[in-house]
Design a protein around this ligand. Sequence first.
Ligand code: KIV
Length: 303
Amino acid sequence: MSTPRRVTITDLRRMKEQGDRITMITAYDATFAKLADKGGADVILVGDSLGMVIQGQQDTLGVTVDDIIYHTKAVLRGAPRAHIVADMPFMSYQTDAVQGLQNAGRLLKEGGAQSVKIEGGEEHAELVYKLVRSGIPVMGHLGLTPQSVHAMGGFKVQGKQQPQAEQILRDARALEAAGAYAIVLEGVPVELSRVITEALDIPTIGIGAGVQCDGQVLVIYDLLGLFDDFVPKFVKQYAQLGPAAVKAIAEYKEEVQAGTFPTEAQTFHTKEVLFRPRAVETRPEPSELDDDDMGGLYGVVPV
Ligand code: KIV
């Protein structure tokens, strides 16, 4: 079978022009990336949400560039078709443009991503311009930007009031002017995402931003019902794999304890006589054996 052609940023722009909605999903390893690709995702985001769903942290702030590179490499191996975006983690681009360029470059060179995503608007427009001019496509991220969780006073919907909504619209325009190829709108009212989506030529991709965006993104663990520490209102669980996994593991434990797993179907045999028959039964009493000493257990008793 031939390898499918990978989705490009030009394809995504064309999808907006043609009114085809973009499906984006996060993934952090090869197995889930393969599932996402097979399911038809156009874009796979190696999100810094991995800090929460993979590393078990409270927020995304502790994620490092090395973490994202590690997971991006794995995702790339699993997904031959989807466009792979790697998140720029907290404090990997906020200091200055040189730091941003170097880290974004690593995500493409070492991780194999095709583009990077950064959180923030006007304040990062210059960096976006420099990245794009250096050949690094950039996806923006506005609204509820999880790296600013402390500045926002928690994970809260943004842009519900006029001045903040106007700022987010200005940010979106600034990112587009700087050369961003798409923008994630997270946790904003649908009334705002509609205005932004109509104002821009580049696609908007919503998460908790209503149906008016040009595409949608969900965290794969949320979508599959694998993460239940908290389930935000904007999440739809398309499957309940978490409870199914717990049930399967409990069943496995029961069979291990009952000695009904493995069965013949999962057992290997050999036709060789592995051990010479002994003249007399030499099997020691169990009390003579160490816990890890299997000596004697394979002794063949002569007929
Ligand atoms: O890190 C992430 O998964 C994200 C998405 C929620 C857009 O940024």
